[in-house]
Design a protein around this ligand. Structure first.
Ligand code: PEP
Length: 253
């Protein structure tokens, strides 16, 4: 049975004291929730707060992921953080290919393929994000765009590598805009993504893959989106910054 995952992407928010307070709030609220064994709760604080987050979540179910990681292993890459550095402080997962990285930092499919290889090469998990722009959807090219993003960054991998990958479909027009894909639009795309995996790697890989939806998920819409059969959870931006909101979303899974 594939994992259900609710992951919070804190982006460039929360200084150390705020991060500590949010984790404290999450732990307190989570104590009141009966989580299924199959459910994972992940937070992705900024890189400077990862170590503290790992230490503060050790005795809880909360897992800590990075928001980004270098495609290089080490060396003269000013400002970058390596998989070794993450692994060394107990971070076992990283978001890769978030649309903000693609848009503001020019991350291409080819670079993301390298990042995925570096992350998996370290035995870590990649939460791989992708999704179409508004104009792609308006011109009915959204399936084509998503297909090429996935194929270009992931389809060089062996089937066994997919056990360390989580997919996050995030239509760019729905990120931070308050605009959400309808549950039907999310389901339609997630089903399509699973069919791509099925065609290339077979039923086993496709059925085991957790495919998250991201884009303005909030307590009010989470349950309906998560009720769709191919939606296995969410990658949450804005609503992950408040303990109560994030835990309400966790409860909806
Ligand atoms: C995100 O940044 O991954 C995201 C989905 O943001 P928001 O929930 O704020 O739309």
């Amino acid at each position: 049975m594939r994992a259900k995952i609710v992951a919070g992407n804190w982006k460039m928010n929360k200084n150390l004291s705020e991060a500590k307070a949010l984790i404290k709030g999450l732990k307190k609220e989570l104590k009141k929730v009966k989580l299924d064994k199959n459910t994972r709760v992940v937070i992705a604080p900024s890189s400077v707060n990862l170590r503290s987050a790992v230490n503060r979540t050790k005795k809880s179910v909360i897992e800590v992921a990075a928001q980004n990681v270098s495609h290089e292993k080490s060396g003269a890459f000013t400002g970058e953080v390596s998989v070794d550095m993450l692994n060394d402080i107990g971070v076992a997962s990283s978001i890769v290919g978030h649309s903000e990285r693609r848009t503001y930092y020019g991350e291409t499919d080819a670079l993301l393929a390298q990042k995925v290889d570096t992350v998996l090469g370290k035995g870590m998990e990649a939460i791989f994000c992708f999704g179409e722009q508004l104009e792609d959807r308006k011109s009915n090219n959204h399936f084509k765009v998503v297909e090429s993003q996935i194929k270009n960054a992931l389809f060089h991998l062996e089937a066994t590598s997919f056990s360390n990958i989580v997919l996050a479909y995030e239509p760019v027009w729905a990120i931070g805009t308050g605009e959400t894909a309808s549950p039907e639009q999310a389901q339609e795309m997630h089903k399509f993504i699973r069919s791509l995996l099925k065609d290339e790697y077979g039923d086993k890989v496709a059925d085991a893959m957790s495919i998250l939806y991201g884009g303005s998920v909030k307590p009010a819409n989470a349950e309906e989106i998560f009720s769709k059969p191919d939606v296995d959870g969410g990658l949450i931006g804005g609503a992950s910054l408040k303990a109560n909101d994030f835990i309400e979303i966790v409860k909806a899974i």
